[in-house]
Ligand binder design. Structure first.
Ligand code: MSP
Length: 502
């Protein structure tokens, strides 16, 4: 059986979930749903990144322990994902003991292999921030940009990962795995970073306590990124269940935003090599959602909470917009107007209208009982090509193209109805044939659109009289023309996607 392991970045717990986070998570969810339809064994991981100075500080400011702070915000993420029908299999939190164990095991392996060593580290330090700055970041090269107070030259000993030694192995890996990082522009960016020269990196701190303790030197904790990345290995049993780990690794699909490309496409493969583990099979990098040209984030006040939008567009409308209108790869402008027009065009006027028409005419002309489709209908060809194109697009992590292909079947079916005008005709075999075909299209559409429309697809399925759950169907056989049996009771209901007029 094919296996599909998909991950999102783990989100920081000093922020609350916004549409940018939802974008990656919904994409991963849609992919997981598609692969489940294919009958693959799927493991979908998301979670929260809970260590580091930022969380420690936020906790202090709120009068909480770091663990309490992490507990509260992590829950906001799991709540947000529940509200968006996210079907993750595991939600990892880096403060969990299992993650501490896996991180210790992986780093210990890299240390034992000779790739980590203690070195003096000297830097310009702001005591109030408890952070190092580079000269360029300081006011006049001497004062903290936040506090305005003079920084101190401080020395401590840090563990360093000998990243520079991995320049050639990384370049060889990129050469041998041309599809490992997509799109190609992002792959080239990663290769450029490596060719530009890699410096050894400091991976531990003695000034913070909220983190994973360095197993061979408990005075240190790992700097947050070097425990965070390891979450992907923890969740599938690294260091505790090697058999499970090797069933899922390295066939992983990491979905990430372009802001964390360096960590995932340079540091992470190198760290894995250092520990004697193969690099990830696939890293798919997407751009930012922008509002008025600016990256969405809480601090720039453009961070819109998903719930602000699902109240207007519904969970389906929101998921559909992100998947269909924001191609995976480039940056995309995010606007309320754009959402309204896409929703009205594709969902209200096209798919919703198709279901409304078909159920109304079946009630009037067929006594509410859905006829069977014509095996040699012209729409059969359209459906087959929609499936082929959609399947190819999902495999390339291109949900917008997959949905565009799927909606071709919506449009063609509407056109066939408009050409035949069954609402004007007398009941009889001609009307039955047209409606049988339209019902079959709706059945296939419910299936193909279900990775995006987590709710409406099941409702379409139910209204056209089909038993069971869409998610229990299997592809490709489920998309083969002729599956609608006919003789089922079709229900006329409220509009599935009421038009939005504001
Ligand atoms: N904790 C790290 C990731 C560690 S993974 C081992 C982190 N967290 S984050 O909370 O800042 O989330 C970053 C991710 O959220 C981005 O990589 C991206 O997937 C998503 N996005 C955050 N803002 C976004 C936009 N404005 N647009 C699209 N995605 C964005 O970095």
């Amino acid at each position: 059986m094919a296996r599909f392991y998909v991950t999102t970045p783990i989100y920081y717990v000093n922020d609350s979930p916004h549409v940018g986070h939802a974008y990656t998570t919904i994409t991963a969810d849609a992919l997981a749903r598609w692969h489940r339809l294919l009958g693959d064994d799927v493991f979908f991981l998301t979670g929260t990144d809970e260590h580091g100075l930022k969380v420690q500080r936020a906790a202090e400011a709120n009068g909480l322990t770091p663990q309490e702070q992490a507990d509260q915000t992590s829950e906001r993420y799991s709540e947000a994902w529940a509200g968006l029908d996210i079907t993750y299999d595991d939600f990892i939190r880096t403060s969990e003991p299992r993650h501490h164990r896996a991180t210790a095991a992986l780093m210990q392996a890299a240390y034992d292999n000779g790739w980590i060593e203690l070195r003096p580290y000297q830097g310009l330090y702001c005591v109030s921030c408890e952070a190092y700055y580079t000269e360029a970041e300081l006011i006049d090269g001497t004062r903290c940009p936040i506090h305005g107070t003079p920084v101190e030259l401080l020395s401590e000993e840090n563990y360093f990962f000998k990243l520079s030694a991995f320049t050639d192995p990384l370049l060889v890996w990129y050469e041998q795995n041309p599809g490992a990082v997509t799109p190609e522009s992002k792959r080239n960016e990663a290769v450029g970073l490596i060719k530009g020269g890699l410096r050894d990196i400091s991976i531990s701190r003695t000034s913070i306590t909220w983190g994973v303790t360095v197993p061979w030197d408990p005075a240190h904790v790992f700097y947050v990124w070097y425990d965070a990345l390891i979450n992907y290995a923890t969740a599938i049993g690294y260091g505790s269940d090697q058999e499970r780990f090797t069933t899922w690794w390295p066939a992983v699909h990491h979905l990430i935003g372009k802001d964390i490309l360096r960590f995932h496409c340079v540091y992470w493969p190198a760290l894995l090599m250092a520990a004697g583990v193969e690099p990830p099979a696939r890293i798919a990098v997407h751009g930012f959602l922008l509002v008025g040209g600016e990256k969405m984030s809480k601090s720039s006040l453009t961070g819109i909470a998903p719930a602000d939008l699902t109240s207007t567009f519904g969970v389906d409308g929101f998921r559909y917009h992100l998947l269909r209108d924001q191609p995976f790869g480039p940056d995309g402008e995010f606007s309320f107007e754009g959402m309204v027009s896409r929703y009205n065009a594709d969902l209200a006027n096209n798919l919703g209208n198709l279901l409304a028409r078909v159920s109304t005419v079946v009630e009037r002309k067929c006594g509410g009982v859905g006829p069977a489709p014509d095996p040699s209908s012209a729409l059969a060809v359209v459906a087959a090509s929609a499936y082929e194109t959609a399947a190819g697009a999902w495999a390339r992590v291109a949900p917008s193209e997959a949905l565009e292909a799927t909606w071709r079947l919506v449009r063609e079916t509407n056109s066939a109805l408009e050409a035949a005008e069954p609402w004007k005709a007398e009941p009889g075999p001609a009307v039955d044939a047209v409606l049988g075909d339209a019902l079959e299209s709706l059945r296939i559409l419910a299936l193909l659109a279900s990775p995006a429309l987590s709710r409406a697809s099941q409702e379409i399925w139910r209204r056209i009289g089909l038993p069971g759950r869409v998610e229990d169907q299997r592809l490709p056989e489920g998309a083969v023309w002729g599956g609608y049996p006919g003789g089922l009771t079709v229900e006329r209901g409220n509009p599935l996607f009421p038009r939005i007029t504001k």
